[in-house]
Every structure is written in structure tokens, then in C-alpha cells.
Ligand binder design. Structure first.
Ligand code: SF4
Length: 250
């Protein structure tokens, strides 16, 4: 697999714009050092970060993740108890008439597309993997309707194989922190991979998602309360000495 680092990638020797203000000295950090401190701060602030989709096996997580596109995890969790009771194996999603599956997942939105993807994906699982969910990024992303984000969610949370999940929070906060300038999720993932130790990839993603849902929502980041403030380019550029935010909307 080629790791195509984009133009915004800054290697480990690059200097970050971030400066640590705590000791009053204007000390410059390498991007690698900054990433290390961010990982440490996230571990302290969100030691228990977990995927919020409910599942009991890899197939359930794969289906739940497909359903979570353009939908809250909470809504998906309302639909999946009866769904997972009705469909226990990949072949059961294939056998059911498409219209019936559409109705079963309707509350998650975009249900026609999602039902079509679930059936196509499960058809492949049955045909190629005996109904089991494969354990590699390449095999997962070759399945219909499964992109890198979904594949990394499944790898990291169902199989314990580290993967960086670039959802909207991870993409936005990585840019705010100054870890990347990329906008494309795949380029962001490749920019983060050399900066974040591999064993932290899944946890790091879950922690940034937790941060995005709590202290750093897009419309009103609460920088003065944020554990990442000393390392965050946005906070350094948009908050005054007293920590008061100069600008609210990102
Ligand atoms: S310091 Fe502010 S902008 Fe930076 S990650 Fe924290 S809440 Fe978001």
C-alpha cells in the first residue's frame, strides 16, 4: 500500500506553530513532540473513550457503522437491538426482500441506499468469506459500501487492530491542533499515521471524537477548559492571554 503523504504533510522534524505558554517561555515544539503531548493529554482527559455504537460481534459493528453514516450513534443504537435480533448472520441480510430491510432501518435515514449497501456487502461476505467479516483494511474496503472510515472502526473496535478513524471531529480537530492542513479524510489519516504511535491509533480517534462531542464542538469550542489548549494552534491564535476566546465559530 502506498502512503501518499499530501502537500500539507509535515514530517517529524518540522516545527509546529504551537508554543507552550505555561512557563512563559516561547518554546518551539516539533510536530512529533506536539503529537506526543497531545496523545498524553488525551489519555489523561479521556482514558475510557469507547465506540458509542452497541455491538456484540464484528458483523454487528460493520452493520451499525454503515447505518451511522449521516445519523447519530444514539439513533443507530435505538434501531439495532431489534435489527440484530432479526438478522444474526450475513446470509439473513441477503435473503430478506430489500423493501423489508429498508423498513427495518428506515429511522437511520438514507435507508434505501444503506439497505442496498448492506445487502451487497453481506452478499460478498457470504460469497468470499463464508459469512465472516475479514480482518484486513484491503479486504474490508473492497466490500461494497465500506470505506476506510468504516473499515478502521471495525478493525480497531472489533478486532483490536489499530486504525485511525477520520470522521468529521477527527478531521476538524486535527486541523485546529495544527497536526495537518489536509482536508481530505484519507490524506488526514496518512498525515496522522507517522505522528501518532500505532498502538494509539484507535484510541486517539475515539478520544478526538469524545473531545469534539464535549469541549470542541464546531460552533463553540470551549478552549479555556480544554486539556489540549497548550498545544492547539487554533487556541493559540484565537484566545487572548487570559484564555478568553476572541472568535467562536470555526
Ligand atoms: S483548544 Fe479549543 S479549538 Fe483547540 S482542541 Fe481544544 S476546544 Fe478545540
Amino acid at each position: 500500500m502506498s502512503h501518499g503523504f499530501g502537500p500539507g504533510f509535515r514530517g517529524s522534524t518540522a516545527e509546529s506553530g504551537a508554543q507552550e505558554p505555561s512557563n512563559g517561555k516561547k518554546e518551539r515544539m516539533t510536530l512529533e513532540e506536539k503529537a506526543k503531548r497531545i496523545v498524553r493529554a488525551l489519555d489523561q482527559a479521556f482514558p475510557e473513550a469507547r465506540v458509542t455504537l452497541n455491538f456484540r460481534n464484528p458483523l454487528e459493528l460493520l452493520i451499525a457503522t454503515i447505518l451511522s453514516a449521516q445519523c447519530t450513534d444514539q439513533r443507530v443504537n435505538e434501531v439495532t437491538p431489534s435489527l440484530f435480533k432479526k438478522y444474526r448472520k450475513a446470509e439473513e441480510y441477503v435473503r430478506v426482500p430489500l423493501g423489508e430491510l429498508e423498513e427495518d432501518i428506515r429511522p437511520t435515514g438514507f435507508f434505501r441506499n444503506k439497505a442496498k449497501n448492506i445487502q451487497a456487502c453481506c452478499r460478498e461476505l457470504v460469497a468470499r468469506y463464508g459469512g465472516e467479516v475479514p480482518r484486513t483494511l484491503e479486504e474490508l474496503t473492497a466490500l461494497p459500501g465500506v470505506g476506510r472510515k468504516t473499515a478502521n472502526v471495525v478493525l480497531g473496535n472489533a478486532f483490536g487492530i489499530p486504525g485511525i478513524v477520520v470522521d468529521t471531529h477527527v478531521a476538524r480537530i486535527s486541523r485546529l491542533l495544527g497536526l495537518t492542513r489536509e482536508k481530505d479524510p484519507v490524506k488526514i489519516e496518512f498525515a496522522l499515521m507517522p505522528l501518532i504511535p500505532q498502538r494509539h491509533w484507535t484510541r486517539f480517534s475515539l478520544q478526538l471524537i469524545a473531545l469534539g462531542r464535549s469541549l470542541c464542538p464546531a460552533r463553540s469550542p470551549r478552549c479555556p477548559s480544554c486539556p489540549l489548549r497548550p498545544f492547539c494552534d487554533y487556541a493559540l491564535n484565537h484566545t487572548g492571554a487570559a484564555g478568553k476566546e476572541k472568535k467562536k465559530n470555526l
